[in-house]
Design a protein around this ligand. Structure first.
Ligand code: SAH
Length: 361
């Protein structure tokens, strides 16, 4: 598939016969500024996830939507995938390497130049769901693509298996890119993958990425620091709630610190975390915000004082993947900005190639 990139190119796209690479295709179309529908009577977990995040509309398999562009899933064009070809590029003589590439929050243009260069030279890409998977199009033809992303409430690849994949391919002489959302070392298990490589004697490098901890607030007009409001921010995982014994966070210290709290993986635990911070003495008027799918066309934001934020986010469908921001910075910039929403701004940027992305203004 060649993704339409010209100004005035298709605005609505319909994907027919979705196959194993439907996510990649949908992301490439979204990155090109299209509104995407997928024709399927039996959507699998990947499609249901994209639909749940508001990234695609689902229509019946035989639907005629009058879309500007109708595309079929690329599984019809042979390309190695984990299932079809276990060893793509015949291993190079000698040792390969692993590069841990942080892909940014998910939009194609928020990866670094260095990260994109690594993708363009990869023999194998092991990628997550929240990575900028629209860019997999730019990997060499022979490159093996291995999705290991965790779709909520669906199958996932255990970390040990991911480590084995990275090490195994590198030992066979391949250039392996581990592509993640955000930055590999911010709740990305990059340290574990690094250790697995060094323990196996495999060379490993890191290309840092734009973490969603900073990018999601920024794209939604929420500065994580602001002069005379707060002099710092702390990034916390909400993967397990404050009452879970695996959670070692000192909530009292956080409530007292006067720092912006940026919460990742915290949609489900936000009610309990807000309650705990309030119980630790955080003022009930503390502003808070939740930003979902930052940088994607389905980006949404909600703001409310801390006691109401979880219920407001739930009521407005601002769900995972999302970043919560707690602290006075959440109310420091006005609600109505002269610039269009960042999603619209990004669309304009796509329509004007080479023009700097005006998002975040
Ligand atoms: N390494 C990643 C974080 C991985 S943990 C990084 O540095 O960004 C996964 C969490 O990241 C999600 O639960 C969500 O809290 C956040 N996240 C990732 N991409 C996001 C996006 N586009 N919008 C909002 N939150 C996002």
């Amino acid at each position: 598939m060649s993704t339409p990139r010209l100004p005035g190119s298709p605005r609505t796209a319909l994907v027919r016969e979705p196959g194993p690479r439907v996510s990649e295709m949908v992301h490439a179309l979204l990155d090109a500024g299209c509104t995407v529908s997928v024709a399927s009577d039996d959507p699998g977990p990947e499609l249901r996830d994209l639909h749940g995040r508001g990234l695609v509309a689902l229509v019946a398999a035989d639907a005629e939507t009058g879309a500007d562009l109708v595309v079929r899933d690329r599984t019809h064009e042979p390309r190695p995938t984990a299932a079809s070809s276990p060893s793509p590029a015949s291993g190079l003589p000698g040792m390969g390497e692993v590069v841990l590439v942080g892909g940014g929050p998910g939009a194609a243009d928020l990866i670094t130049v260095a990260g994109l260069q690594e993708l363009r030279q990869a023999d194998v890409v092991v990628h997550d769901r929240l990575a900028p998977i629209g860019l997999l199009d730019q990997t060499p033809e022979h490159c093996l693509l291995v999705p290991v992303g965790k779709i909520p409430r669906s199958d996932f690849t255990p970390q040990e298996r991911i480590n084995e994949l990275l090490v195994g391919h590198a030992l066979e002489g391949r250039r392996v890119v581990r592509l993640k959302g955000g930055d590999s070392f911010v709740f990305g298990r990059g340290g574990e993958e690094w250790l697995a490589c060094t323990e196996a004697g495999v060379p490993v490098r890191v290309v840092p990425g734009v973490t969603s901890a900073v990018a999601a607030p920024a794209l939604a007009g929420l500065p994580v620091t602001h002069r005379e409001v707060t002099s710092g921010f702390v990034v916390v995982s909400g993967h397990v709630g404050p009452d879970d014994e695996r959670n070692a966070v000192n909530w009292q210290a956080l409530a007292d610190a006067g720092l912006t709290i940026v919460l990742l993986m915290g949609v489900a635990t936000l009610p309990a975390i807000a309650e705990r911070l309030l119980a630790c003495g955080m003022p009930p008027e503390t502003p808070a915000a939740v930003v979902a799918d930052a940088g994607m066309p389905s980006q949404r934001r909600v703001r409310a004082p801390l006691p109401q934020i979880a219920a407001r986010a739930a009521a407005e469908g601002v769900g995972a993947p999302a970043v919560a921001v707690i602290g006075r910075v959440a109310a420091v910039l006005p609600e109505d900005r002269p610039a269009a929403s960042s999603a619209t701004a990004r669309e304009e940027a796509v329509a004007t190639p080479g023009h700097p992305t005006p998002s975040g203004g």
